[in-house]
Design a binder for this molecule. Sequence first.
Ligand code: F6P
Length: 525
Amino acid sequence: MNRPAANDLTHWKPLADLALACAPLETLATDEQGAETLRIDTCGLYLDFSKHRVNDEILANLLALAEERDWQRRTEAMFAGETINTTEQRAALHTALRAPRDAQPETIGDVVHEQLTRLNKFAASVIEGGWRGYTGKAITDIVHIGIGGSHLGPELAVEALRDIPSRLTFHFVANVDGSVLESALANTDPETTLFTIVSKSFTTLETRENATAARNWFLERTGDADAIARHFVAVTTNTEAATAFGIDRANLFPIWDWVGGRFSMWSAVGLPILLATGAKGFSALLAGAHAMDHHFATTPAERNGPLLAALLGIWNYNFLGVNNHAILPYDHRLRLLPNYLQQLETESNGKSVRHDGSAVGLHTMAILWGGEGTTGQHAFHQMLHQGTRAFSADFIVAREADHPWPEQHRWLLANCFSQSQAMLLGQDTDDPHKQVDGGHATTTIIMDRLSPHTLGALLAFYEHKVFCQGLIWDINSFDQWGVELGKRLADVIFEQLGGATTLTQDDSTHALIKRARAASNPEQS
Ligand code: F6P
């Protein structure tokens, strides 16, 4: 299908003109009446976009961009399982993983629900201690091995929901750096440890190396290959490779190519979440995400949270020159959210070509980073308030605390709100060292309370935001070809570091390899 480039959309040029003439953020954001349309209460989340530099006219034009991109029909196409991942010829049906049985696309409803039933049964036996290790002891430790989408969501959710009591201890191993596996295994006992090996492809280097090392560690201590069946389970689309690795077929949980890695925590990839929070917690997480799916699919554009978030991001990045976006959770339990969103947003929308292969011709996803408040206030917030870089930010906080110190929670909220206020208003002084310009656009999201339901809604909110930005830029948000080159080069360098082949590198890389070889084996330098 022939679609215009984003900057050839009819409403793009008027927006560019409006940006040039736009009043300062401080002025716009204090128009209480206008701002009310920018506050949305849905799925246990209060989405406050009122600190963005927009007025009615700008908003109308942004919404018109979405109309020009036919966002509603294309949202329906995603939910219906059309092949929207055009470079891999796949659907992107993560929404089907959290839909109730009667709301799922017919063709896949059964497999999703059969899988969930199997997962729930397996998790219950581990949680209740019915699942025994090879010496008859109950499992106490879960070592989760996976990377990227097979790691970030599960670890984020297990950490975020750790107020739900669990007798299991969780360890996450992603990096190929062996020190991560070493510390995960340091205090675990093979008799009571369950390894969850998660890799959509089952070919990813880091997961392959960590899983192989873990299996060797296990075999050295047990000396019993049959014991693997009680201690290793896998989640993958590549069931052949997992079986070849030694995973018992009974311990294999398939996933499907219509689930993108970074959208996969709602599938069997979320097994650690299920083990940590039980069937009740996991189904509440899915229900929260489904509630947001429903909001997104059925709410008119001007009250649609994910769509507005996407359009305001486009406004900031493409029209106001913002080039980085900070994620600032004011909740220690959400401290991994910036890492999770870094993959979700930048691996999805950090692209420079359109569906048809032509250049996007403008900036796509901003640099996304962040860190938890209030600790960040004593570190990088200095740069936010007085540095020279343009940024926007998302503040995320829970209205209710889950600890017994209400005053501390009041301080947390006070700091969260005062930071976005300072970023909005700044302060004018005669002392240039104390001048704070303000004028930075921020979104504040207040969760009623951090629960599986609101966490599901929050993450689905960001997924749909990503989808909408991809629509506007006309890029495929569901592939990630850019990561392949580094993987291929690493294979060659790995061999050369081993000294097996002649060096065929550029001079700079050649020198690094020589230096590393000299350190590990003076003979080979
Ligand atoms: O290298 C990027 C990537 O393919 C991500 O998209 C993915 O989430 C991650 O690697 C892990 O892939 P897998 O689940 O196949 O091991």
